[in-house]
Design a protein. Structure first.
Ligand code: ZN
Length: 191
């Protein structure tokens, strides 16, 4: 979990509760409220146990319109540096042009980050995979191609789409000021 940039939150609750894993009263709970006139309100729930290390982070978007698909086309570096991504544990993030897909799962964590932060994280993952697959030329070539694309995207030299699908509607994309109308919000069918 990381938060970057100037989209600062306000802590509205802190407490120590019983840990669901080890049962000790050492679970530190923090709730942070993020709000913005154009974007609405969102709460970040963070739990961390100082005894067993259990950790969970999730977010709830209070202005949710229900199950939704959010689509934003990134056109320049302003979009990369100033678009915020709020991804709940249940959401999938995709970018067809970059070949990115981050799926929800038991280990999934919520994230609040700029697009830049997301892309830098993708580069890290690709670098770790390069080390793990150093004998596999085919994989290495694909990873290098991926890293080149992501690097171009980071510099604002590659137009790409970012898609977040959240069956609970707890995720959000906040475009740079003045570009809010470029965000497409579609209702996700729940079948
Ligand atoms: Zn614990």
């Amino acid at each position: 979990m990381s938060t970057e940039g100037d989209f600062g939150g306000r802590v509205i609750y802190t407490g120590v509760e019983k840990c669901p894993v080890c049962g000790r009263d050492t679970l530190h709970v923090t709730e942070t409220l993020y709000e913005d006139p154009a974007f609405g309100q969102l709460i970040l729930y963070s739990q961390q146990c100082s005894s067993c290390g259990f950790r969970r982070v999730d977010i709830q978007y209070l202005e949710s319109r229900g199950p939704s698909r959010l689509v934003y086309t990134v056109e320049d570096s302003e979009d990369v540096y100033r678009t915020y991504i709020f991804r709940s544990r249940t959401a999938t993030i995709r970018s067809p042009e970059l070949g990115i897909e981050i799926s929800p799962g038991p280990e999934a964590e919520a994230m609040i980050t700029t697009l830049e932060g997301l892309l830098l994280r993708m580069l890290d993952v690709a670098e770790q995979m390069e080390v793990l697959n150093e004998d596999d030329e085919n994989t290495i070539n694909k990873l290098r191609e991926f890293k080149n694309k992501v690097s171009m995207a980071l510099r604002g030299n590659l137009k790409f789409t970012i898609i977040i699908e959240d069956p609970y509607g707890n995720s959000a994309i906040k475009p740079p000021g003045g570009r809010e109308d470029r965000l497409r919000i579609e209702t996700l069918s729940t079948e």
